[in-house]
Design a protein around this ligand. Structure first.
Ligand code: 6R9
Length: 660
């Protein structure tokens, strides 16, 4: 990573002079304070013991904070006992907050439901009883395949309540993907719905479940939420309507305390090759870091804030920052079923105005899409209730960061760029909005209690101003406890690159102040004529051109240079027409290539720039560069089952087939 050319190009990317110090009025009320860093530095384990006791209710206190004797398999708070659902629901009702709204649900067709903590408790208790009656006991796995409806939250908490680890599978995944995940976890029950609403239409879920369950011997029952009222096939032996079962079930259920290391959930994430990995998280450590980071990074004040995380519950962000973190903290939040542009491109901003959302957490890809639609759209709405904005999932390029703060945040809100992974369970690197002077484009520094670094090939810490591999060198409470059923793969994937150190798979760079700039997966780093170039860096340069809305860059095999830079760009409104005029398209491509050369250097100039209407993205908003690489290398396009919209690849290829 550390050759001279890469240093030079990285420096261009990192020449970001803008800095936004916290507003003193914000600092005065902030949950996350500067002394947290001192406390954590003084004694990390005491710090995490304090967080666990302060933020959660334990039925049995723990005597040992961390047991690392069987590294890399950590045990946190091992002899303590607690129930995650009790912590997310019961205790808020017991504390007199039963009337507080837990979820402002907004359905895509416009239906709304407010669910208080008392109502949520009633639902979770009934659902727990239904699961028990369906043959699920502590330790059994339950698959959840639902749209973004309150029942998804209820189902997850009901599992947690009885100690049955859940495996949430994206509603957008295929029957095959669902079947392999059910099989890997040997799930006993599947919780699904007839369908969900997406882009103005009901889309079915039950047919995929029927297909998957036909070949799944472990599944005893399928609980079906009625959402779209579509006709569904019915198997009387297995299928049960959720609403009927809940109504018939007892509303009495006492949450059973679980060992802190009892499995809470499995969440599958794609590996670079082969079958998806079932990332395993346990109860006490995960919930501690989920609640802590949600409080100090998002600055949640449960009595006054309205919080909204736009992720899907099928993604880790939905697990930690819709379900476990905010509910453990007793927050009020928005849960929205659909897409940001249904029925119009101002839908999100309309929701923020209506519910006076004060904290909003979304992904860079969504922000760039909104930039493409133009600022006139959010400007039609009153967004003055917003006081904290967050970003997650990819590096956020400085242009998008500044737009987010200016246009959505009214030029005043802090924007926290949060780096973490399914594997880390909760936020690891982020500014604290009341403490840190913000630098657009950088995730900045580890949150108090967390220790990360950037190292070279040999695992030695690099100096400020240099790049390398992002690692985590001390165990953390919400760390994955393994890959379901495959301890060897766990050691091999995360712990073998550097001795005793967790390697996250990302490349990063420290700037002169020691801020961390995440450059993307190391497999997204290209090698062009021996120079290492980051895809993120070139994408950022392209997006800084006024005519470009979004860009994806891949390295395609090239006979001369080893790899060559191939860029796919989506243009902004006016530029689209211009590119369609005869001869103009070529001029535009030349202009963009020169722009990259000017921003980064001639070495980074894309060999090819293809103008496209859409980019292939997963439901969590990550660009699937693997598919673009197939296009760039004239190969048949690989597996598209994890795309949010699988027709995108057809469009891109048709576009290429058109004469230039
Ligand atoms: C939470 C989540 C993890 C990967 C991670 C990195 C990328 C996430 C980022 C970021 C730069 C950020 N990533 N947040 N890159 N800046 N703020 O996204 O989990 O789906 O497991 O993805 O996403 O490459 O390694 P997951």
């Amino acid at each position: 990573m550390a050759d001279a050319a890469s240093e030079e190009t990285l420096d261009n990317l990192l020449r970001e002079d803008r800095e936004f110090p916290p507003d003193p009025a914000f600092t005065a009320q902030a949950v996350g304070t500067a002394d947290l860093y001192d406390q954590a530095d003084a004694d990390r384990e005491t710090f995490w013991a304090d967080q666990a006791r302060e933020r959660l209710t334990w039925s049995t206190d723990f005597t040992q904070t961390l047991d690392w004797s069987e590294a890399p398999f950590a045990k946190w708070y091992a002899d303590g006992r607690l129930n995650a659902a009790y912590n997310c629901v019961d205790r808020h009702v017991e504390a007199g907050h039963g009337d507080r709204v837990a979820l402002h649900f907004v359905g895509e067709p416009g239906d709304t439901r407010d669910i208080t903590y008392a109502e949520l408790l009633d639902q979770v208790k009934r659902a727990a009883n239904v699961l028990l009656e369906s043959g699920v006991s502590k330790g059994d796995r339950v698959a959840i395949y639902l749209p973004m409806v309150p029942e998804a939250v209820v189902a997850m908490l009901a599992c947690a309540r009885i100690g049955a680890p859940h495996s949430v599978v994206f509603g957008g995944f295929s029957a095959d993907a669902l079947r392999s995940r059910i099989a890997d976890a040997e799930a006993k029950v599947v919780i699904t719905a007839d369908g969900g609403f997406r882009r103005g239409k009901p889309s079915g879920l039950k047919p995929a479940v029927d297909e998957a369950v036909a070949d799944s011997p472990s599944v005893l029952k399928v609980l079906v939420v009625k959402r779209t009222e579509q006709d569904v096939a019915w198997n009387d032996d297995k299928d049960v309507w959720w609403h009927e079962a809940l109504e018939a079930a007892s509303a009495e259920h006492t949450a059973e305390p679980m060992e802190a290391e009892h499995p809470l959930f499995i969440l599958y994430t794609s590996g670079t090759t082969g079958k998806p990995k079932g990332i395993l998280h346990t109860t006490g450590g995960y919930l501690t870091q989920a609640a802590y980071t949600n409080a100090v990074v998002h600055d949640v004040h449960p009595e006054s804030d309205v919080y909204w995380c736009s992720a899907d519950v099928g993604w880790v962000t939905g697990h930690t920052y819709i379900v476990y973190g905010p509910l453990a903290n007793g927050a009020t939040q928005v849960l929205y079923e659909g897409t940001p542009d249904t029925p119009h491109q101002g839908r999100w901003w309309e929701i923020i105005e209506k519910y006076k959302v004060s904290i909003f957490y979304t992904a860079p890809t969504a922000i760039r899409t909104c930039m493409k639609w133009g600022k006139d759209i959010p400007e039609k709405f009153d967004l003055s209730s917003l006081r904290v904005l967050g970003s997650v999932g990819e590096p956020i390029n400085p242009e998008a960061w500044v737009w987010y703060r200016q246009v959505i945040g009214g030029g005043k809100t802090p924007v926290v760029d949060t780096w973490w992974q399914t594997e880390t369970g909760a936020i690891m690197i982020s500014a604290l909005p009341g403490v840190t002077a913000l630098k657009p484009g950088s995730a900045q520094i580890a949150v108090p209690g967390i220790s990360v670094d950037v190292v070279d090939e040999q695992g030695n810490s690099v100096d400020n101003g240099h790049g390398g591999y992002l690692i985590i060198d001390k165990p953390w409470p919400s760390m994955l406890r393994g890959i379901w059923g495959d301890p060897e793969r766990f050691k091999e994937t995360y712990w073998s690159r550097f001795e005793g150190i967790y390697f996250a798979g990302d490349g990063a760079k420290k700037d002169e102040q020691g801020n961390i700039w995440v450059l993307g997966r190391v497999d997204d780093v290209m090698n062009v004529s021996g120079h290492r170039l980051s895809t993120t860096e070139i994408e950022s340069a392209l997006v800084s051109h006024p005519k470009v809305a979004e860009a994806a860059v891949v390295g395609a095999t090239d006979a001369t240079t080893g790899q060559a830079v191939c860029a796919f760009v989506i243009l902004r409104g006016d530029a689209v027409q211009e590119a369609d005029e005869p001869g103009e398209g070529e001029d535009l491509v030349a202009e963009l290539r020169n722009h990259v050369a000017k921003e980064i250097g001639a070495i980074a100039k894309p060999r090819q720039i293809l103008v496209v209407a859409e980019l292939p993205k997963t439901r969590s908003g990550k660009i699937m560069r693997r598919l673009l690489r197939d296009v760039a290398e004239n190969r048949e396009v690989g597996d598209v089952t994890t795309l949010a919209d699988s027709s995108v690849m057809d469009l891109i290829q048709q576009g290429l087939a058109k004469p230039a």
